[in-house]
Design a protein around this ligand. Structure first.
Ligand code: MG
Length: 456
């Protein structure tokens, strides 16, 4: 096993040519082919394959195809498209599974494999472990010449995805069209370029495209965080647009820029979407991870709704959404999940919901954002030391009287603030997130804990 390969609940990631080599790609894809076969009734498992446009995508795709065909899969190649489109195609085609070749918001030198089960959602912890174990133990069964799979292309799924969004009962296409909203769209030359302008046009928006050429040459750091959205802010101002949208390269995260050209926190995407959906369906259930803003709790309270908190990661949020029959879910990084469409974070449905909210409220995004509960959030990371666990135990003892949640690291809730500490899955660091009514209090919480946890 390559040590510079990161393997976890969100897939298998590595730097191309270092951790992520053709051999590795073939092995994991072949293992996934076996995995799908073991679960399906048909002798030749059907697997949907899609990718983001990053420049290493072609090499990765050919290696993945090789692994899938060598294990007898019937591959439906749906081309360059959003990750949520692959999830919907798996469901729509009643496939045995799906694979997405994307490193999401990671820089250009990275690529990764994401694995989707027959229900269109990412593999859960146990399933993913089973898959990874078969690679570790070299238990891969290749077919002989007569049992190899076949591949066919089907590029209809972006359109199907868009049409399904337009048919949602929450979306009044005529109403949005009447507002003739001017929208600047930054897809960072990722997969959004294939789908997002089409959705905006279908909703009658005047779409101004910024980096919407899906050639994988990222125009800026692809993580849709405020510091990476400078061009989008400028373009919104210059064009006097109603809103700016930013998609990450595989279109499962959505960030926004206000009509004033001010970047809104990514946390606001889910908060605004939840505010809109709960207005339509009060007293229903919302699911998010334990690192997401308290704005969601305040909004839910207003509508008599309940919030369920899970471990960090789409698969965990989705599992809980299914269990409690949640109406909306997602993560604070701009990932909105609307189960009525499908169980996956989806920037396309996020944009449609926000546009509908704007159209119905007949106000500006600045106003809608200003009406949200106000919090300050600070995120920091620290280096893991040998004393980390001991220091963390000390911290827990210090706050033993507070409300402590241990499902994923340590989250401590105070009256008007909270702090969450967890080890990173991808780097030898720990992450601290604190949120409070005042910036000062959030800063204090972070620096105090950072200090305690970094002690030798
Ligand atoms: Mg992503």
């Amino acid at each position: 096993m390559q040590k510079d390969l990161m393997i976890g609940i969100s897939g298998v990631r590595g730097v191309v040519g270092e951790g992520l080599t053709p051999e590795v790609l073939v092995k994991y894809s072949a293992a996934f082919g076996n995995f799908c076969k073991s679960r399906g009734r048909n002798t030749s498992p059907k697997v949907v394959l899609g990718r983001d446009p990053r420049t290493s995508g072609e090499m990765c795709k050919l290696a993945v195809l090789s692994g899938l065909l060598a294990t007898g899969c019937e591959v439906i190649d749906i081309g360059i498209c959003p990750t949520p489109t692959v999830q919907m195609a798996v469901e729509g085609l009643r496939a045995n599974g799906g694979m997405v070749i994307t490193a999401s918001h990671n820089p250009i030198q990275w690529n990764a494999l994401k694995f989707i089960g027959s229900n269109g959602t990412f593999l859960g912890t146990r399933e993913a472990e089973k898959l990874y174990d078969s690679v570790k133990n070299n238990k891969i069964n290749y077919q002989s010449w007569s049992g190899l799979g076949k591949v066919r292309s089907d590029h209809s799924w972006i359109e199907k995805h868009i049409q399904k969004i337009l048919r949602l009962k929450y979306i009044d296409v005529k109403k949005i069209k009447r507002r003739r909203l001017k929208v600047v769209l930054d897809c960072c030359n990722g997969a959004g370029g294939t789908a997002s302008p089409r959705l905006l046009k279908a909703l009658g928006c005047q779409a101004i495209e910024l980096f919407c050429n899906p050639d994988g040459n990222f125009a800026h750091d692809p993580e849709p965080r405020p510091e990476n959205l400078v061009s989008l802010c400028q373009a919104v101002k210059k064009n006097k647009a109603d809103i700016g949208f930013a998609n990450d390269p595989d279109v499962d995260r959505l960030a926004m820029v206000s009509d004033q050209g001010v970047p809104l926190s990514e946390e606001m995407t889910l908060a605004l979407a939840a505010n809109f959906i709960l207005r339509k369906k009060p007293e229903s259930k919302v699911v998010t991870n334990i690192s997401t803003s308290r704005m969601v709790d305040d909004i839910a309270k207003e509508f008599g709704s309940k919030v369920y908190r899970t471990r960090v990661g789409e698969a965990h949020v989705v599992q809980c959404l299914k269990e409690v029959k949640g109406i909306i879910g997602g993560e604070g990084n701009g990932g909105v999940i609307l189960p009525e469409l499908h169980f996956g974070r989806d920037a396309l449905v996020g944009m449609a919901v926000i546009l509908e909210y704007l159209a119905e409220s007949e106000t500006t995004i600045t106003r809608l954002a200003a009406d949200l509960p106000r919090y300050s959030m600070i995120k920091k990371k620290g280096k893991l030391t040998k004393s980390f666990e001991r220091n963390l135990a000390k911290l827990k003892r210090k706050y033993a009287k507070e409300k402590i949640n241990l499902i994923d690291g340590v989250r401590i809730d105070f009256e008007d603030s909270w702090i969450h500490i967890r080890k990173s899955n991808t780097e030898p660091v720990f992450r601290i997130i604190a949120e409070a009514k005042s910036k000062k209090r959030a800063k204090e919480l972070v620096s105090e804990s950072l200090d305690m946890l970094s002690r030798k």
